[in-house]
Design a protein around this ligand. Structure first.
Ligand SMILES: [Zn+2]
Ligand SMILES: [Zn+2]
Length: 308
């Protein structure tokens, strides 16, 4: 039985520290599950909210959208979603889709006009208890052998890069370059490696490159700091039997990272957009046309069937 009050870390004002306060434990209405948070991890998007750099955030807000939780109670409409009290769950960021509109049924529930974003436009996981939309909940078997702390980032970083790789339609005989191998990029190298692709990691930090090399998920690494795009192109081709790259996943939010990515892409290759630069990307559409490459955005607002 959940208590009446709980501690929550609230972003009251952008640019100020979070405030820990006692607030009421929410009541699960509709499809919502009341969950007890086991582990909540901090994402780059949370920092955009707290710094005032998110154009979506509604403040004050309990932040956090990556967590592993245990179900405490079900809302009146949650029973048909195969989740029960005691289940350990994770869930994607997006929730409250209506599941009935044209967007929900035809394009995907992540485009529903009624959708909210946990920890950004609705209360998140930096609290002892939270509400989770049962339609997004993924039940994690206790026998998975993975700890809650290991699992938690999978529900944002993991989904994000998996989505990019899935949309890139990676074939086992292809070469994938990951540009930017920090948190997201490191996960991307592991997933691409698991898909059977040859994986090249590009970054401007030796430490991150050495990390993915030591982890065994990169077949080659290149520090692009100070290199011109044509030099990166030549070095990457030399690392890949003279060929350019089939799909490039850019997890860095910098314009030069995208310029690097375009320079190493083969004709008819796929450029996967994950990192979001703050400034616009100058894009030569003549090059897009002549190289016939495809610019594909990630969309990490996947429905639970995609995550399972
Ligand atoms: Zn996130
Ligand atoms: Zn809808």
């Amino acid at each position: 039985m959940a208590p009446n009050m709980m501690k929550a870390a609230i972003c009251k004002e952008a640019g100020k520290p979070l405030v820990v306060e006692e607030v009421p434990v929410p009541t699960p209405t509709g499809r919502n599950l009341l969950v007890r948070v086991q582990v909540a991890s901090l994402c780059h998007s949370d920092l955009l909210v707290t710094a005032g750099n998110s154009s979506y955030a509604l403040l004050p807000q309990i932040i956090g959208h990556e967590a592993i939780s245990v179900v405490e109670a079900l809302g009146p409409d949650a029973a048909s979603f195969s989740v029960k009290p005691g289940d350990r769950i994770g869930a994607p960021l997006w929730q409250d889709m209506c599941l009935e509109c044209w967007e929900c049924k035809i394009i995907g529930p992540q485009h529903c006009p009624k959708i909210t974003m946990k920890g950004i436009t609705s209360a998140g996981y930096f609290a002892e208890y939270a509400l989770v939309d049962a339609a997004t909940a993924v039940v994690i078997p206790e026998t998975s052998g993975v700890t809650p702390a290991q699992l938690s980032p999978i529900f944002c970083a993991g989904i994000t890069v998996w989505d990019a790789l899935e949309r890139a339609k990676i074939k086992p005989w292809e070469t994938v370059a990951i540009v930017g191998v920090g948190g997201l990029g490191e996960v991307a190298t592991k997933y691409a490696h698991a898909l059977g692709a040859r994986v090249l990691a590009l970054d401007v930090h030796d430490g991150q490159l050495e990390g993915v090399k030591a982890g065994g998920s990169a077949d080659g690494i290149l520090n692009t700091r100070g290199l011109q795009p044509q030099d990166v192109r030549a070095q990457v081709a030399a690392m890949n039997s003279g060929r350019l790259i089939d799909a490039v996943v850019v997890t860095s939010g910098s314009v030069p990272a995208y310029q690097t990515a375009i320079s190493i892409l083969r004709p008819d290759g796929r450029l996967m957009v994950v990192g979001i630069p703050q400034e616009p990307l100058p894009l030569n559409l003549g090059l897009v046309a002549t190289k016939s490459f495809r610019l594909v955005p990630f969309n990490h607002c996947r429905y639970r069937s995609d995550v399972q």
